[in-house]
Design a protein around this ligand. Structure first.
Ligand code: CP
Length: 290
């Protein structure tokens, strides 16, 4: 079985297989009688719930483990946490503050490790994003996506997912918050601009995320000032003829998105949230066939 820490760990065929499995629905009970450890160093609504349900749908038993219960790197080293959990579980899944903890855990055991979000990546979110986009537009190759705002972990995984699927991604961010701050080289088909209107022009998908992510509270005011001109509102959406709106959630209405857009007829955020469960199921089933 295989780890899934980053979208760029996957090949095109892997991605196609995961998306196909995600849409298949009933995948049998490959996890019957087996456990999946869900370690969370940060809060979660979508990831925890979608993973728990996906494990149950595959016949397994999810065990939710809060930050203080394992004390990753504090009560016990990341290596020893991974070794312990591998005694009981078929898959270890973890949401961590520092991506290097995932790499350390993956190196300590043969049990496959699934990234539930790190400071640099959110691969399960990107899988749900691609599935949603394909359902909305009918294909991925050549689809034009505008991402407005902070080039964070969600944006980085989306950029890698676009490169793998042939979608074209334009990211619009203020100076100092673009993809160049987190990636040495932009993947094929991905470009960075400053102007949100330029990014949205001709786009079929408009995507945004919060300006202040978990752990950035100390920068909140500075970030809100920097991103003030980057809200996805009705005027920005009108720059594209019929774009769909996506958001990984949770959203801060009135900051990165207006309620009018979030609740509007072109918003697909709840389908996107539901697809977290389908792609979690597809990703775990795929990991078990490797
Ligand atoms: N999008 C996402 O990962 O949501 P949660 O933080 O609620 O899991």
């Amino acid at each position: 079985m295989k780890d899934l820490l980053k979208i760029c760990d996957l090949g095109r065929q892997d991605l196609a297989e995961i998306l196909a499995l995600s849409e298949r629905g009933d995948l049998g009970r490959p996890l019957a009688g087996k456990g999946v450890a869900l370690v969370f160093q940060k809060p979660s609504a979508r990831t925890r719930n979608s993973m728990e349900l996906a494990v149950v749908q595959l016949g397994g038993h999810p065990v939710y483990i809060q930050k203080d219960e394992v004390g990753l790197g504090e009560r016990e080293s990341a290596e020893d946490v991974a070794r312990t959990l591998s005694c009981y579980h078929e898959i270890i899944a973890a949401r961590v503050m520092d991506h290097s903890d995932l790499v350390t855990m993956a190196g300590a055991t043969e049990t496959p490790l699934l990234n539930l979000l790190s400071d640099t990546d959110h691969p399960l979110q990107a899988l749900a994003d691609l599935l949603t986009i394909r359902q909305l537009v009918g294909r991925l190759d050549g689809v034009r996506i505008a991402y407005i705002g902070d080039a964070n972990n969600v944006c980085r995984s989306l950029a890698e997912a676009c490169a793998l699927s042939g979608a074209e991604l334009t990211v619009a961010s203020p100076q100092g918050y673009g993809l160049e701050t987190v990636m040495d080289t932009l993947p094929d088909g991905v470009r960075q601009v400053a102007d949100p209107a330029e990014a949205v022009e001709g786009a079929q998908i408009v995507y945004t995320d919060v300006w202040v992510s978990m752990g950035q509270d100390g920068e909140a005011e500075e970030r809100r000032r920097a991103f003030a001109a980057y809200q996805v509102d009705a005027a920005l959406m009108a720059r594209s003829a019929d774009a769909w709106f996506l958001h990984c959630l949770p959203a801060r209405r009135g900051e990165e998105v207006s309620s009018e857009v979030m609740d509007g007829p072109r918003s697909a955020v709840w389908r996107q949230a539901e697809n977290r469960m389908h792609t979690a199921r597809g990703a775990m089933a795929w990991m078990m066939t490797r």
